[in-house]
Design a protein around this ligand. Structure first.
Ligand code: C2E
Ligand code: CA
Ligand code: CA
Length: 517
């Protein structure tokens, strides 16, 4: 009171700003707007100000009435919102939205001045395992640590962002030399040589990096991101912990995979799957003791496709579950057919995938299929790999117990290639071990592999398990394995996997004249 309002001036606005304000006030009698002002305690703050001229009876301006409201709180909220919208809250790095804006700007500038932009995208190999095994807070810790480490190489890039999940991105807005991009990728790899330590665990994590360049690989932001992603995928498929520049050929590979996936969806419907069967031969007397069912995808235009080529796709899409059920139903049907034809008791083995084992109701589903088929469970054997069990030790062991209680036999497939955790082996309700064919393959010229096989056979027998040798191709292998006490053989030496009609003929011939070959 009693002072000139000049003392409220913040000093934030130019003379021109006030000149325009006064000009509007004198011509229209009103002004309204956002203004920085000073409080009594001299603190500068934003406010909304509305000024109206008050005139006397003769129409002359006698007063100005100003009403202001403090905008400080609103401004703060706005800033916070801005931050929330543009920054990742876990790592403090710019998020996908801000990254898009920056990439877009970089492309616009690069187009004008005719230079290159590089996009380095990476994610962490097997990050899902960290989350699954140690919990999401452990996963969050790792992501935070990655962001911190990225800080060390911030000079390599113009922008470092977290796109979401375990995906990070480096943007180089002006590339002079492609080597400098490769060097940035090397720097990222270098950040992971040191392990991550949390709660007494030591984790070795590695990134898979993919790089795309504007304008060589793409003309727009969307495609540039997509191509970097494709390159990342390529790196991952080749074992991770590396980087690759995008190449058009990679895209074709992705495209074939995509069409394969779509075709796979229809394959069940069009009944394009077929089971082949390979006999398991007993070492004593060389008679057929069982058969293993091996799936084939017979595409009308391509002929039989190996399961190695489509099982991974079926697992990725989840289609392995209905496909696996189809295999089991088909195998039950075939077994009953052989019984009807008077063939002796033969166990039929069906392979199970890890994805099927993740289904908590797997044992119940299998029980239902067997019950519906009318097959006695002691005709059925299921083959699982060690990694399936180790990935989910408790539930897998429980499922195995349930299956065994139902009277189903269990075999451990590809033994020797995975964990080969002999300590655990005694806890598993397993009836037989199948020695992986890589060991069998090498027994004639590798001392080591002979030693491994002898050890596996001895161990399995101690644990009261039968031993099956896979991939037996020569008489020399048969002789060695027989001498060392192996119980069963499977391999091309006796028979390749055969379609139903051919194996049925094979079995009838064999049992009417039971000696091989
Ligand atoms: P696996 O269970 O280890 O099957 C043995 C593989 O070795 C078969 O390949 C078989 O044809 C091949 N093989 C057998 N004897 C010999 C031999 O003497 N020499 C050589 N070099 N190879 C031999 P296949 O049929 O291509 O199957 C590959 C894999 O696909 C199987 O490996 C199994 O893991 C998976 N698979 C097959 N059928 C199914 C199925 O119905 N469900 C699931 N989930 N997986 C399946
Ligand atoms: Ca198998
Ligand atoms: Ca195997």
């Amino acid at each position: 009171m009693g002072q000139n309002p000049r003392i409220l001036k913040s000093g934030h606005h130019s003379d021109e700003f006030y000149r325009q304000m006064w000009q509007q006030l004198t011509t229209t009698g009103h002004w309204e707007g956002e203004i920085w002002s000073r409080r009594k305690n001299s603190e500068v703050h934003p406010k909304w100000l509305s000024i109206s001229a008050v005139t006397d009876r003769r129409g002359r301006t006698s007063h100005y009435v100003g009403i202001s409201s403090d905008l400080t709180a609103i401004k703060q909220t706005q800033d916070q919102l801005e931050n929330l919208a543009h920054f990742d809250q876990l790592t403090g790095l710019p998020n996908r939205l801000l990254f898009h804006e920056r990439l877009q700007q970089a492309i616009t500038r690069a187009r004008r001045s005719d230079h290159q932009v590089a996009l380095l995208m990476f994610d962490l190999d097997r990050f899902k395992e960290v989350n699954d095994a140690l919990g999401h807070s452990a996963g969050d810790f790792v992501l935070g640590e990655v962001a911190e480490r990225l800080e060390r190489i911030k000079d390599e890039a113009d922008s470092i962002c977290r796109l979401g999940g375990d995906e990070f991105c480096l943007l180089i807005t002006k590339v002079d030399n492609i080597d400098e991009v490769a060097q940035a990728a090397q720097q990222v790899l270098g950040l992971f040589t040191q392990s991550f330590k949390l709660n007494g665990h030591e984790l070795h994590l590695t990134p898979s990096i993919g790089i795309s360049l504007f304008p060589d690989d793409a003309e727009d932001a969307e495609t540039l991101i997509k191509n970097a992603d494709t390159a990342t995928y390529h790196t991952k498929k080749n074992g991770g912990n590396n980087f690759h520049f995008f190449q058009a050929s990679m895209f074709e590979a992705v495209l074939t995979r995509m069409t394969m996936k779509n075709r796979l969806r229809q394959a069940l419907e069009f009944e394009e799957f077929e089971l082949y069967y390979q006999p398991k031969i007993g070492a004593d007397g060389l008679t057929v003791r069982g058969v293993e069912a091996l799936i084939r995808w017979v595409q009308p235009e391509r002929g039989p496709v190996s399961p190695a080529d489509f099982i991974p796709l079926a697992e990725e899409t989840g289609l392995i579950v209905p496909i696996g059920e189809w295999v089991l139903r088909q195998a039950c049907k075939q077994s009953l057919q052989w019984q009807k034809e008077g063939l002796p008791h033969l166990r039929i083995a069906v392979n199970l995938s890890a994805v099927q084992f993740q289904q908590p109701q797997l044992a119940a589903d299998i029980a239902a299929i067997i019950r519906n088929s009318g097959l006695s469970p002691d005709f059925l054997e299921l083959e699982i790999t060690e990694s399936i069990i180790m990935e989910n030790l408790e539930t897998a062991t429980a499922t195995m117990r349930q299956l065994q209680e139902m009277g189903i036999t269990l075999a451990l497939d590809d033994f020797g290639t995975g964990y080969s955790s002999l300590g655990y082996l005694k806890n598993f309700p397993i009836n037989s071990l199948k020695i992986d064919r890589t060991f069998v393959n090498d027994i004639t010229d590798h001392e080591d592999d002979r030693a491994v096989i002898i050890t596996i056979i001895t161990l399995a027998h101690l644990l009261k398990m039968e031993v099956v040798a896979e991939g037996v191709e020569t008489a020399a292998q048969v002789d060695f394995l027989r001498e060392k006490g192996c119980d069963l053989f499977q391999g091309y030496f006796f028979s390749r996997p055969l379609p139903a009609a051919a194996i049925t003929r094979f079995l009838h011939d064999h049992f009417s004249r039971p000696e091989i070959p």
